[in-house]
Design a protein around this ligand. Sequence first.
Ligand code: ARG
Length: 458
Amino acid sequence: MSKLWAGRTDGHTSQLADDFNSSIRFDCRMYEQDIKGSMAHAAMLGAQGIITPAEADQLIAGLSQILADLQSGALEIDWQAEDIHMFVEQVLTERLGDVGKKLHTARSRNDQVALDFRLTLRDEIDGLIPLVKAVITAVTDQAELHKSDIMPGYTHLQRAQPVTFGHHLLTYAWMLLRDIGRLQDTRKRLNLSPIGSCALAGTTYDTDRYFEAEQLGFDGIVENSMDGVSDRDFALELMSALSILMMHLSRFSEEIILWSSWEFRFIALDDAFTTGSSIMPQKKNSDMAELIRGKTGRVYGDLIGLLATMKSLPLAYNKDMQEDKEPAFDAVDTAKMCLQVLAPMVATMKVFPENMKKAAQQGFINATDLADYLVKKGMPFRDAYKVSGKLVARCIADGTVLEDLPLSVYREYADVFEEDVYEEISLVTCVNKRISAGGTGIASVEGQIAKVRQALEA
Ligand code: ARG
């Protein structure tokens, strides 16, 4: 096939080379951004007198028609085209004749692809943030419903201290709010226009990069033309932010999987978000949560893949960089799907506070509070810690729990024990006494809910 860039070579390449070289399969996704970028470019060329205003109008009208035709399906993508940029220009030239050939004045595909990629990922970030918010809302709604339901808090996956399910869930709300912050931050650094960098060195034409940047909603321009065409930090930053986000979703999924097991039975997922087994009739599997956990590795792979692609590239543009789009789009699409599934899965899950409470009543998770009780009676903490530990060992030997141990037994270990010990170590007291800022006490949990909701509205 003969190429738009035929000249130095005869433009005839082998079919194998064409197929290998072509990126239209995945960069067709940027057609809208490509066309809007070209419209801004045509407007700039006209405003600067590089082409006539009439020519600029013709180009803009032609581009806008191509956009409409692609959207309606009247125009189909030519899968033989080299990339989306070549395809649009080819169609434009077929439709407008010689004027179409003027569009690419003072522009290169190097700055064009950098522009399209930034515009596309900017749109994706704007689409991702509401999806993260939806998960935070689902989590916070559940936290509010269960703000005083007691469950064991764990360290080392061993029962540690009592917390409320609301407090536990809100941890994820805070993680996800940070994820939104990272996405917004990525957007800020992404939102500078590379167009006008041209191939790498800028151009001899009297262009106005600021005009184009403003037309396309950028906050400014990339200040160095070589940086403009060789930088892919914005994609890497987005994938880093998405990797951390996915890590959060994966940890949450892991807990959902554990909590839905018969061993825990703290929650049951709605049937709509589970699957059965082809052989075991009793099974209800948390496949969606497992898939979120599994897809996390895939998003990390996307990030590591592009980091590896970029690591030894000399300035400025190299064709290696065409490998940037597939991982970035895959990371975006994967994260989006996971967020979309997770929000309703959390919103519809059934919670069993009774089972949480039962689990909290085993495992001596009030042993710290027992030690604190002795400290309040005047015993140094290290001694109190030992007494409390010995009492736990005694309970294990007697097959009982601290709440049921008779006062006479308590007194064998320390004579400061009184009847009020039972009130001190009741799980409700243990939770309500944790009044420190950010603790599991009810005032803190209610405060957190209000703050999370406020952050969502901001
Ligand atoms: N399809 C290319 C990419 O995705 C566009 C830029 C091509 N530039 C070039 N000089 N061959 O990176």
